[in-house]
Design a protein around this ligand. Structure first.
Ligand SMILES: *[C@@H]1O[C@H](CO)[C@@H](O)[C@H](O)[C@H]1NC(C)=O
Ligand SMILES: *[C@@H]1O[C@H](CO)[C@@H](O)[C@H](O)[C@H]1NC(C)=O
Ligand SMILES: *[C@@H]1O[C@H](CO)[C@@H](O)[C@H](O)[C@H]1NC(C)=O
Ligand SMILES: *[C@@H]1O[C@H](CO)[C@@H](O)[C@H](O)[C@H]1NC(C)=O
Ligand SMILES: *[C@@H]1O[C@H](CO)[C@@H](O)[C@H](O)[C@H]1NC(C)=O
Ligand SMILES: *[C@@H]1O[C@H](CO)[C@@H](O)[C@H](O)[C@H]1NC(C)=O
Ligand SMILES: *[C@@H]1O[C@H](CO)[C@@H](O)[C@H](O)[C@H]1NC(C)=O
Ligand SMILES: *[C@@H]1O[C@H](CO)[C@@H](O)[C@H](O)[C@H]1NC(C)=O
Ligand SMILES: *[C@@H]1O[C@H](CO)[C@@H](O)[C@H](O)[C@H]1NC(C)=O
Ligand SMILES: *[C@@H]1O[C@H](CO)[C@@H](O)[C@H](O)[C@H]1NC(C)=O
Ligand SMILES: *[C@@H]1O[C@H](CO)[C@@H](O)[C@H](O)[C@H]1NC(C)=O
Length: 623
C-alpha cells in the first residue's frame, strides 16, 4: 500500500494545485470505485517494481543520467518537412529475444495521453503514404484497453487506439535503454483533415513526451476501464534511469538538414540561447509579433514592424498561447495572419486554404535568404525584467506542402487561422519550434521557452552539450551571449549590405555593384577616363542584368509557378457533415475542460453544458 501513497499523493497534489479541487480529489481517493481505478492505473508498477530490482543488478544502470533520443534520417510531410525521432517498440519483459520482437518506428514528437503508433490495419484504408514512419502490430494476447479518442483541434487530427503494455527501447548510440510495460497505443483509426478538407492518414505516429499535470489528471479522470496511461519518460524516471520526469526539445529544421534534439531527464545546452522565459504549465503569454532583421539592412520597404499580434476583435493584443509540437503551424487568430500578409509576399490561397509564398515576387527570395525574422515576444521569466524575444528566421517559415494536400508541391507560410473551439488555446506548433527550445519539468511544473540557435557549423546548433535536469529544477543553465544567434545562422543567410538604395533607381536590382563602384569613384583615383570606364561598366552590368531578369520573368510566366489544386469535392460534403455532427459534442467538452485539447471517451458521455466546474464534477456525475 505504501508504494501507492507516494504516487497518488503526488498526482492528487498536482490535480489539486491545478484546479483547486482537493476535496473532490480526497473524495475520489476514498470512494470504492476510485480505489479500483487507482489500482488499475498503477497496476503496471507492480511489475515495474519487480523489474526495477532486475535493473539495479544490471551494470549499465549506474547513476541517473539524461537520455538523448535518436532522430531519424527520414523527414516527413506533407506540411513540413519535419524531423522525427526513432524508437524501437514491441516485446516485453518476458521476451526471450526482445531485439527480434521489436520494430523500429519513426514518430513525430508531441502527443497527448499516450504515444500512438500506426498499425497495419489502420493504414489499410489509405494510400502508401500512411505508416511510412513504420507500423507496429502489438501482441494482442496481452491485456489491452481503449484509451480515449484524441481530437487535436488545430491540426484536425483524430485518433482512436488501443493501449497495450509493451517494451520500448529508446536512446542514441551514446546510450540506450529498454523500459518495460510502457503503455503504447496502437492506432486503430486515424485521420487528418487538412484546411482544404482533404482527408488523409498521417505518415507516422506521435510520441508523447509528457503532458505534465494535465496528463496525470487525465490519467485518473478518463481512465475508467482500467487503462494504464503512462508514457516513456515517466517509466524511465520511475525506474531511476533518468534523474527527472522532464525533457528538453529542439526540433531543428528538416529542410536545412538540421537534426532535432530530444533529451529525456535533461536538455542540450547547445540548443538554446538565454535568457529564457518560463511559466508554470504550458501556457505562455505572447505579447507581440514583430518583423525585424538581425544584421544588415532590411529586405522590407518598411524596415521593421511590430504590433502584428492581432486578436479576434482586430485589436493588437497579447494572447495566451501554448508551445505545442503536435500541430504544424502558427495557429493564431485569422486577424494576425492577415496582418502578417500585409507585410510579407504571401497570400491566402482559396484552393489550398493556406497562406502561400508568392514565389514570383522578387522580395520572396530576398527575405528568405536574409537575416530577417519573425519575432515572438514573451513575458519575462519570474524574477526577470526584460521581455524575451524568440526570433524565427523566415528561412524556417519557407515550408512545403506536398501530396496528399496538393498534387504538386508549393511553398507555404505556416500562419493558420485557427477557428478556436471554446476552452481551447492558440498554439505555436512545429513551425515555431524549429526556432525555439522547449523544456518541461513535471515535478516543478516548469516550462521553459528560449531562442534556439541556427544549424551552426556542424548542424548541431552551438554544439552537443547535454545536461542532467534535477527533479527540483526550475532554472536552466544557458549562455546569454546574444551574438551566438547570428553566428549560428551565418552560413545560412546573407546580410544585405546597402543601407540606402543607390541614387540611380534603375539599378536597384544590383545595389552592391553600384555602391562598390560609387566608393571607387570617391577614392580620388577618378580621372575622366576612369569615370568613363566606370559608367560604361555600370551600364554594361545594368543591361546584362536587365536582359537576364526579362528572360527569367518570361520563362517563369510560361512555367506557371504553382498550380492551384482542385480539391476532390466528392469527399468534402460528407466529411463536412461528419464534422458538424460532432461539433456540438466537442464544444461541450471544450466548455468543460480547462485543457487546450480534448480527449473523448468511447463511448462519449453526455455532458451537461451548464456545469461551470471542470472535470472533477464530470467525474462524479459519471460514476
Ligand atoms: C515508481 O512507481 C512505483 C509504483 O507506482 C512507486 O512506488 C515509486 O515510488 C515510483 N518511483 C518514482 C521514482 O517515482
Ligand atoms: C549526469 O549525471 C550523471 C550521474 O550523476 C553524471 O555521471 C554525469 O556526469 C552527469 N552529466 C553531466 C553533463 O552533468
Ligand atoms: C512474465 O512471466 C511471469 C511468469 O511466467 C508471469 O507471471 C508474468 O505475468 C509475465 N509477464 C508478462 C508481461 O507477460
Ligand atoms: C474520430 O474518429 C472516430 C472513429 O473513426 C469517430 O467515431 C469520431 O466521430 C471522430 N471524431 C471527430 C471529432 O471527428
Ligand atoms: C540509435 O542509433 C544508433 C546508431 O545509429 C543505433 O545503434 C541504435 O540502435 C539506435 N537506437 C534506437 C533505439 O533506435
Ligand atoms: C525599427 O525601425 C526604426 C526606424 O528605422 C528604428 O528606429 C527602430 O530602432 C527599429 N526597431 C527595432 C526593434 O529594430
Ligand atoms: C505576386 O507578386 C507579383 C510581383 O510582385 C505580383 O504581380 C502578383 O500579383 C503577386 N501574386 C499574388 C497572388 O499576390
Ligand atoms: C524554399 O524551400 C524550398 C523547398 O525546401 C526550396 O527549394 C527553396 O529554395 C526555398 N526558397 C528559398 C528562397 O530558399
Ligand atoms: C514588454 O512588452 C510589453 C508589451 O509589449 C511592454 O509594455 C513592456 O514595456 C515590455 N517590457 C520591457 C521591459 O521591455
Ligand atoms: C557585404 O559586404 C561585405 C564586406 O563589406 C562582404 O563580405 C559581403 O559579401 C557583402 N554581401 C553581399 C551580399 O555582397
Ligand atoms: C528614381 O530616381 C529619381 C531621381 O533620382 C527619382 O526622382 C524617382 O522618384 C525615383 N523613382 C523611384 C521609383 O524611386
Amino acid at each position: 500500500m505504501a508504494q501507492y501513497n507516494q504516487v497518488s499523493a503526488l498526482l492528487y497534489f498536482q490535480i489539486a494545485s491545478r484546479s483547486g479541487a482537493f476535496l473532490i480529489s480526497l473524495f475520489l481517493l476514498l470512494s470504492n470505485t476510485k480505489h479500483r481505478a487507482m489500482f488499475q492505473v498503477f497496476r503496471p508498477w507492480h511489475k515495474v517494481a519487480s523489474t526495477l530490482t532486475l535493473f539495479c543488478a544490471v551494470p549499465f544502470s549506474t547513476a541517473q543520467q539524461y537520455l538523448a533520443v535518436n532522430w531519424s534520417s527520414t523527414t516527413y510531410g506533407p506540411d513540413g518537412p519535419w524531423n522525427a525521432i526513432t524508437i524501437k517498440v514491441g516485446g516485453n519483459q518476458n521476451s526471450s529475444n526482445i531485439a527480434a520482437e521489436q520494430v523500429s518506428v519513426d514518430l513525430l514528437v508531441g502527443s497527448y495521453y499516450a504515444s500512438y503508433i500506426p498499425s497495419s490495419s489502420a493504414c489499410r484504408p489509405y494510400g502508401p503514404q500512411c505508416g511510412t514512419g513504420g507500423e507496429w502490430d502489438p501482441d494482442t494476447s496481452v491485456p489491452s484497453s481503449s484509451p480515449p479518442n484524441i481530437w487535436d483541434a488545430p491540426s484536425a487530427i483524430n485518433i482512436t487506439g488501443t493501449v497495450y503494455p509493451a517494451a520500448v527501447t529508446i536512446g542514441s548510440a551514446e546510450k540506450q535503454q529498454t523500459v518495460y510495460d510502457v503503455d503504447l497505443a496502437t492506432i486503430n483509426t486515424f485521420s487528418v483533415e487538412y484546411p482544404n478538407q482533404k482527408t488523409a492518414a498521417p505518415e507516422l505516429g506521435f510520441f508523447a513526451l509528457n503532458s505534465g499535470n494535465d496528463q496525470n489528471a487525465q490519467a485518473l479522470n478518463y481512465n475508467k476501464d482500467g487503462v494504464d496511461p503512462w508514457i516513456v519518460a515517466g517509466a524511465l524516471y520511475n525506474q531511476s534511469i533518468i534523474p527527472s520526469y522532464s525533457y528538453g526539445l529542439q526540433i531543428g529544421s528538416a529542410a536545412l538538414g538540421y537534426g532535432g534534439s530530444l533529451i529525456l531527464g535533461g536538455y542540450d545546452k547547445g540548443r538554446a540561447i538565454g535568457p529564457y522565459t518560463s511559466y508554470a504549465g504550458y501556457s505562455a503569454t505572447l505579447l507581440d509579433i514583430s518583423i525585424n532583421v538581425e544584421t544588415g539592412s532590411s529586405p522590407f520597404t518598411f524596415g521593421n514592424a511590430s504590433g502584428l499580434l492581432i486578436n479576434t476583435l482586430g485589436q493588437p493584443d497579447s494572447l495566451i498561447v501554448k508551445a505545442d509540437p503536435m500541430p504544424p503551424g502558427l495557429h493564431l487568430p485569422a486577424q494576425t495572419c492577415s496582418a502578417l500578409a500585409e507585410k510579407l509576399p504571401i497570400y491566402f490561397d482559396q484552393a489550398t486554404q493556406y497562406y502561400l509564398w508568392n514565389t514570383s515576387d522578387p522580395s520572396y527570395e530576398k527575405i528568405i535568404n536574409s537575416p530577417a525574422y519573425l519575432g515572438f515576444h514573451f513575458t519575462p521569466a519570474p524574477g526577470d525584467n526584460a521581455n524575451v524575444t524568440i526570433k524565427v528566421p523566415f528561412k524556417l517559415l519557407n515550408l512545403t506542402l506536398t501530396s496528399p494536400v496538393v498534387s504538386s508541391s508549393v511553398q507555404y507560410f505556416p500562419c493558420m487561422p485557427f477557428d478556436i473551439p471554446r476552452g481551447d488555446q492558440w498554439r505555436l506548433g512545429r513551425a515555431f519550434l524549429q526556432g525555439a527550445f522547449l523544456g518541461y519539468n513535471t515535478q516543478t511544473n516548469t516550462m521553459w521557452l528560449a531562442q534556439a540557435p541556427g544549424p551552426g557549423a556542424s548542424n548541431q546548433g552551438l554544439g552537443y552539450e547535454p545536461q542532467n535536469m534535477s527533479n527540483s529544477a526550475t532554472t536552466l543553465d544557458l549562455s546569454n551571449d546574444q551574438t551566438l544567434f547570428a553566428q549560428s545562422w551565418a552560413n545560412h543567410w546573407t546580410p544585405l549590405n546597402d543601407s540606402k538604395p543607390s541614387s540611380s533607381n534603375s539599378t536597384s536590382t544590383s545595389p552592391i555593384t553600384t555602391s562598390a563602384s560609387f566608393n571607387k569613384s570617391h577614392t580620388g583615383l577618378s580621372g575622366g577616363a576612369i569615370a568613363g570606364i566606370v559608367v560604361g561598366v555600370i551600364a554594361g552590368v545594368v543591361i546584362i542584368v536587365a536582359v537576364i531578369i526579362i528572360y527569367l520573368l518570361t520563362r517563369r510566366r510560361k512555367q506557371q509557378p504553382f498550380q492551384p489544386v482542385s480539391q476532390q469535392s466528392s469527399e468534402v460534403s460528407s466529411s463536412m457533415q461528419h464534422k458538424e455532427g460532432h461539433a456540438s459534442e466537442r464544444d461541450a467538452y471544450a466548455a468543460e475542460l480547462p485543457y487546450d485539447h480534448q480527449i473523448q471517451e468511447m463511448p462519449p458521455h453526455a455532458i451537461s453544458k451548464e456545469l461551470p466546474v471542470p472535470e472533477e464534477t464530470h467525474e462524479l456525475d459519471s460514476t
